[in-house]
Structures are given as structure tokens and as C-alpha cells.
Ligand binder design. Structure first.
Ligand SMILES: Nc1ncnc2c1ncn2[C@@H]1O[C@H](COP(=O)(O)OP(=O)(O)O)[C@@H](O)[C@H]1O
Ligand SMILES: [Mg+2]
Length: 306
């Protein structure tokens, strides 16, 4: 299994690190506790956008909760910037380091005015008011919601609400944000805006991002993809490496992006298209090149009328 970049980097470069992480929820009486995480070893390097894929119940959300010290390992350990999440004295620091964004923004938004909601966490931490103002304005600008500062969150669209929820996390100025299926409840437009923001957090602000998603199209945009199955990391590589192994993915109950299945279909039909194209643009280029090549060779053979 290729592990992206791990050979070149030391433990100190890992913002998030799980070492031999085993976890079980409390079993019902008389039942043995099933291992929900069964020996996860994973390092997320500074400034990376890592997408986590896996079928339902594979342990993605449980892993995410470990990175925010919401859960503690039964065996092994989890380090956030070197801080052991099992040490309760570090919990507050860990939560400042790692923000979490969940599926449903309605569960994260607590105030009745956008800017008050975004100010909630820095206010709780007792920052001075001009610092809070600067953080709130900065966070709202980052997610493109500055104009909505005085609006009521419940009147916003799903995508806008999710952007407010993200601003609320950004106001803490976290080094890392873990997104647990943040677009699952959004329409395509809302999804696109949220995904663009996630990518720009990484590219423009240097925030380390873990993006748990069901959407293969979103995973394409990641620097690295980790696939989970039955509480383990079973694949780990760059998107191109992962998505050129459709049979392995299928074995873990996952599909491939539409671009990949389109190119595979064309290849099965005899077109000489490369299989490495992932984005819509790359896919279009690959098809144009193949079709152009077919037309040209048709011309050479005298098959194409002028
Ligand atoms: N609070 C909980 N109590 C007991 N079992 C849970 C709890 N949360 C999740 N599980 C179980 O743990 C397994 C992994 O769940 P989860 O981490 O939510 O997976 P995923 O996010 O990949 O769908 C599932 O079998 C699920 O039923
Ligand atoms: Mg989940």
C-alpha cells in the first residue's frame, strides 16, 4: 500500500497522527465490543488536504472524533501537533487546534444573527472585543458571507448556513479542520461553494484539512486519499493512484468518479483514451485527443469525407 509522503517526513511534521488506534463503543449488555477502529496508523501532514473515503460504518466519523478529543483510544494513541488526546489537560488546546464541521449546519449554528454565531467560540474563550471583531470579519470574508453578517441564519440556504458554520470554526484560527461529510445535505451549488472554500483553506491559509466525503468528485480535489474499511486504513495514495484501482475500490464498496468510468467505458469500446484523467477538464482533453487522433487516422485511411 503506497503511503503518500510518509517516507520523507518525520513525526514532527504530522498535525494529526494515529498510532495503532483501536476503539470500541460501549457494548450492550452481554455483547462483545466490536472494534470500530482496528489498528489505525495514519499521519496527516501539515498543509495537506486529505480526503477520507469508506463505506457506511467503516469508522470514518469515529476516527474524526478522535482527532478532536471527543473520543479517546482504547489502545494506541492519537497526537494532535504532538499533544496526546488522552491527556485531559490538553483537551482545550487540542480543540483550538482542530476545528470540526459536521453534516448538518443547523446543529452547529447556535445564535440568531450570523456574526453573533461566528463570534460564539472566541467570545467563550474570552478574547478582547476588537480581536473578536477582527476574527469574525476575517472568517466571514474567507467564506464569502461578510455581507450576511447581520442576517438570520435560519433564512439562509443550506450552503450559506454551512459556510457560516465553517466561519464559526475559522474564528478559532485552527491549524486543522476536520470536515465530516460537510456537503451531504447540500444541493450541487451549495456543494460547489463549500468545496471551493475547503480547497482554499488549504491553498490560501495553509490550514490542514481532513475531508470525509461520499462524493468521489470531491475526493479528486484532495492532495491525498485515505480509504477506510472495517475500521482500518486499506488504501492511501494520491487521487490518481487511488482512482486507477477501480477493482480494489469496488472491493471496499466504493465507486470511481464519473470521469474515470466514462474513460474506462470508452477504452472498452476501443478508443485509445488514457485512464489517468480525473477532473472534467482533464477528461475532456483526453477525449478530444483520442477523438482527434481517431479522426486524423481516419483521414489518413481516406475514411473521412471532406
Ligand atoms: N455512538 C455510537 N455508539 C455505538 N456504536 C456506534 C456509535 N457511533 C457509531 N457506532 C458504530 O460504529 C461503527 C462505525 O461508525 P462510524 O464511525 O459512524 O462510521 P462511518 O462514519 O464510516 O459511517 C458503525 O458500526 C456504527 O454503527
Ligand atoms: Mg460518518
Amino acid at each position: 500500500m503506497p503511503v503518500v509522503y510518509s517516507a520523507q517526513r518525520g513525526a514532527a511534521d504530522a498535525v494529526l497522527r494515529a498510532e495503532g488506534l483501536v476503539f470500541s463503543y460501549k457494548p450492550r449488555e452481554g455483547e462483545l465490543p466490536p472494534r470500530v477502529l482496528d489498528g489505525v496508523d495514519l499521519s496527516v501532514w501539515r498543509g495537506q488536504l486529505v480526503a477520507v473515503l469508506g463505506h457506511n460504518g467503516s469508522g470514518k466519523s469515529t476516527l474524526a472524533r478522535h482527532f478532536n478529543a471527543l473520543l479517546a483510544p482504547v489502545c494506541g494513541r492519537v497526537l494532535v501537533d504532538g499533544m496526546d488526546t488522552s491527556d485531559e489537560k490538553l483537551t482545550l488546546d487540542i480543540r483550538r487546534h482542530v476545528g470540526m464541521v459536521f453534516q448538518n449546519p443547523d446543529n452547529q449554528i447556535v445564535a440568531s444573527v450570523v456574526e453573533e454565531d461566528v463570534a460564539f467560540a472566541p467570545e467563550n474563550l474570552g478574547y478582547p472585543s476588537d480581536e473578536i471583531r477582527a476574527r469574525v470579519d476575517g472568517a466571514l470574508r474567507t467564506v464569502g458571507m461578510y455581507e450576511y453578517a447581520k442576517h438570520a441564519p435560519h433564512l439562509l440556504s443550506g450552503g450559506q448556513k454551512q459556510r457560516v458554520a465553517i466561519a464559526g470554526v475559522l474564528a478559532m484560527e485552527p491549524k486543522c479542520v476536520v470536515f465530516d461529510e460537510p456537503t451531504a445535505m447540500l444541493d450541487p451549488r451549495g456543494r460547489e461553494s463549500v468545496v471551493n472554500i475547503i480547497r482554499s483553506l488549504c491553498d490560501d491559509l495553509g490550514v490542514t484539512v481532513v475531508l470525509i466525503t461520499h462524493h468521489m468528485e470531491e475526493a479528486i480535489l484532495a492532495d491525498r486519499i485515505v480509504v477506510m474499511s472495517e475500521g482500518r486504513v486499506v488504501m492511501d495514495g494520491r487521487p490518481r493512484e487511488i482512482f486507477t484501482q477501480p477493482d480494489a475500490l469496488q472491493g471496499y464498496g466504493l465507486g470511481v468518479p464519473e470521469t474515470v468510468s466514462l474513460l474506462r467505458g470508452l477504452r472498452e469500446d476501443g478508443f485509445d483514451v488514457p485512464l489517468g484523467a480525473l477532473t472534467a477538464d482533464e477528461c475532456a482533453d483526453a477525449i478530444m485527443t483520442a477523438v482527434g487522433g481517431a479522426v486524423l487516422s481516419g483521414c489518413e485511411n481516406g475514411d473521412v469525407a471532406d
